[in-house]
Design a protein around this ligand. Structure first.
Ligand code: FMN
Length: 384
């Protein structure tokens, strides 16, 4: 059963494809076939064990959510300098990779598909998380405003150390190596490069945080060079059909901003096209959502949708109805859901049946064990 699409002109002269698809229409993202378009958004849950290795509890958590069209894992650091929160998992050691293999096996055994979100936090860190207590690294020595949780209380964000030009290839390689580990060693289906939410790649992309004067800063073309080099490494490692990118062009989380989100992210999105990626994942919250563009800031997701020549996943406060409408209007090919998946492991079944959604307990989002993680029941057991 295939959805057919047809083109209508938009008021801007460009066009979105109207579609008769909805959240339950199968979709191909690069090399990965999805039975539905309900994506589980990446969510940090800070429950990794010693050595930042995911535990069997994490395998159970993701397996419970295997009915998603695609699970995108919590952000997973590609190198020891990439960590900025307690107990976030890595994928740069053999033990970490074996932990992820158990997760992938559990999800596949439950009939699902899973992509690893690969990140480096950059300046959103603290010497307490860094090897040898060093300063965190960033494109430029600009501290984020605010405080972060170190596991020993709240601390002001430190001033990061600006990366030397010759250190950058090592970080690019760390992303390529992590992608290989994720796909070939751990057996996950794909990777998502985390270029959103104010972490290292986003710090390079946006002019509020990138004041470099070398080949990695100055113009938007130079600011996106780090991302493009990472995509080159990662697509060479695992093939473009297993690589997606997440962007948050108007996001302000982690003290982020940009002087021209629409212009700059249009250029960045153009630059993604030659890679033939599996998907572009854009965070632009619906009105009233905390991740909505700030007052007066342009909305850019629709423009990026027109520019990107591949499937687009939208995110930020969607309900089933809003997601179906966005797909029908051709604004997105798929929609990702974050918080709704926390308390509703069987979210697709609830959408299909119109069942009420359970409310998540925010107190158990980060850290701890099974409580608030694997103990939310699925519908059958709710009704039984
Ligand atoms: C507990 C929690 C952890 C999150 N961790 C991540 C993360 O690791 N990587 C990421 O890109 N976004 C992260 N996000 C953002 C979500 O992926 C998503 O963008 C956000 O929740 C908005 O979508 P929603 O309205 O469907 O929840 C997190 C959100 C929550 C609630």
């Amino acid at each position: 059963m295939y959805a057919h699409t047809y083109l209508i002109p938009s008021p801007l002269g460009a066009s979105h494809s109207l579609s008769n698809a909805d959240l339950f229409t199968p979709l191909r993202l690069g090399a990965v076939e999805l039975p539905n378009r309900i994506i589980m958004a990446p969510m940090t849950r800070s429950r990794a064990g010693d050595g930042n290795v995911v535990t069997p509890l994490t395998a159970e958590y993701y397996a419970q959510r295997a009915s998603a069209g695609l699970i995108i894992t919590e952000a997973t650091q590609v190198s020891p300098t990439g960590q900025g929160y307690p107990n976030t998992p890595g994928i740069h050691t053999d033990a970490q990779t074996l932990g992820w293999r158990d997760v992938a096996e559990a999800v596949h055994a439950a009939g699902g598909r899973i992509a690893a979100q690969l990140w480096h936090v950059g300046r959103v860190s603290h010497p307490l998380f860094q090897p040898n207590g060093a300063a965190p690294v960033a494109p430029s020595a600009i501290a984020a405003a605010g405080t972060l949780y170190t596991g020993q209380g709240m601390e002001p964000f430190p001033v990061p150390r600006a990366l030397e030009t010759d250190e950058i290839p090592l970080l690019v390689r760390a992303f390529g190596d992590a992608a290989k580990r994720a796909v070939f060693d751990a057996g996950l289906d794909a990777v998502e490069i985390h270029a959103a939410n104010g972490y290292l790649i986003d710090q390079f992309l946006r002019d509020r945080t990138n004041r470099r004067t070398d080949a990695y800063g100055g113009t938007v073309e130079k600011r996106c060079r780090f991302l493009l080099e990472i995509l080159d490494a990662v697509t060479t490692a695992v093939g473009p059909g297993r690589v997606g990118v997440r962007l948050s062009p108007t996001g302000t989380f982690n003290d982020m901003g940009d002087s021209d989100p629409l212009g700059h992210f249009s250029t960045i999105t153009e630059a993604l096209n030659p890679f033939g990626l599996a998907f572009l994942h854009v965070i632009e919250g619906l009105p009233g959502h905390p991740m909505a563009p700030p007052d007066g800031a342009p909305h850019v997701a629709a423009a990026l949708r027109r520019i990107f020549k591949g499937p687009v996943i939208l995110n930020g406060g969607y309900t089933r109805e809003a997601a179906d409408a966005a797909i029908a209007r051709g604004e997105a090919d798929a929609v990702s859901f974050g918080e709704p998946f926390i308390a509703n492991p069987d979210l697709p079944a609830r959408f299909r049946t119109g069942a009420a959604l359970a409310a998540p307990d925010r107190a158990t989002y980060y850290g701890g064990g099974a409580k608030g993680y694997t103990d939310y029941p699925a519908l059958e057991s709710v009704e039984a």
